[in-house]
Design a binder for this molecule. Structure first.
Ligand code: NAD
Length: 261
């Protein structure tokens, strides 16, 4: 059993690893944003855990084939918590890591833009699953800001087509069944392989190839630390695993607990 004292000792160890590491690489998943009011998909309170049918909204095949799914998806985007969400203490800890010159790359599966909103440099954030803040036309590739398209939905277009070609519009995110952008995932893998310390935060590590960044880091000699409420398939190869809430654990790992009230 892990006692309070042994957790403190483990936190001390991770802080010491971060102190000597020249390149810290962080992978984040939906779990880092739940404390900002954005639910994850697979956690105990996850969107899909509560309503398995909601998974269809994130599947490209249903999205392209069925206008009714697209109408639901646009309504879900109108109500998306990302528009008003504020970064939390977990995001702030990663800003602090960058401020100290430690953050080599921040690989995120999140589409909410909260790392940039918290203050991480956009150039350090690798959004492997895209962003909900932009829209893309699936036919001609046109891209534009999400809010302008949401204005069209509010004005009565339940499934607004592309202004350029009439094609299907979608948030600029990678849905299930869609390929990742090769340069983006390659950049993430490269960064993971360059890490001296790799932190995996708030992800179930069940979505590939992103989960492969953990093995890439480990194989290149990095220490691996996992912070997640539930066990992940990579816990056995990690040098330290924390099952606490991210907003409490991450600031302590980074050594900024005193600044969090
Ligand atoms: P996931 O839902 O598979 O896993 C999230 C994990 O975080 C779960 O294991 C859960 O137990 C843990 N968790 C939740 N809140 C936590 C907290 N406060 N402290 C500690 N652990 C916590 O998420 P995933 O692996 O990132 O995959 C889901 C996919 O869906 C992602 O690829 C992403 O593209 C997308 N997604 C994004 C957002 C977002 O942008 N905020 C939200 C939902 C889903």
């Amino acid at each position: 059993m892990t006692t309070t004292t042994s957790i403190e000792l483990l936190i001390e160890s991770v802080r010491a690893w971060a102190e000597v590491a020249r390149r810290v690489v962080v992978l984040t998943g939906a779990g880092i944003s739940t404390e900002s009011g954005i639910p994850d998909f697979r956690g105990p309170q996850g969107v899909w855990t509560k309503d398995p049918a909601a998974e269809k909204l994130s599947d490209i095949h249903y999205y392209v084939a069925d206008p009714e799914i697209r109408k639901k998806a646009w309504q879900a985007r109108l109500a998306h918590p990302a528009w008003s969400a504020r970064p939390n203490a977990g995001h702030a800890a990663l800003v602090e890591l960058e401020r100290r010159g430690k953050l080599h790359a921040l690989i995120t599966q999140n589409i909410d833009g909260l790392h940039q909103k918290a203050g991480n440099s956009p150039g350090r954030v690798i959004e492997v699953h895209g962003t909900v803040h932009d829209v893309v036309c699936l036919a001609c590739g046109w891209k534009g800001p999400m809010q302008a398209t949401l204005d069209r939905v509010r004005a009565g277009e339940a499934d607004p087509p592309c202004d350029c070609c009439g094609g299907v519009l979608k948030s600029d995110t990678v849905s299930f069944g869609q390929a990742l952008v090769p340069e983006v995932i390659e950049r993430a893998m490269q960064a993971a392989a360059e890490a001296e310390l790799f932190l995996s935060v708030g992800t179930s590590l069940r979505v590939y190839p992103v989960a492969g960044t953990v093995s890439a880091a480990k194989q290149s000699g990095a220490r691996v630390v996992i912070v997640n409420a539930e066990p992940t398939p990579f816990d056995a190869i990690a040098d330290a695993v924390f099952y606490g809430a991210i907003g409490e654990t991450l600031p302590r790992i980074v050594g900024m607990a005193d600044t969090i009230t």
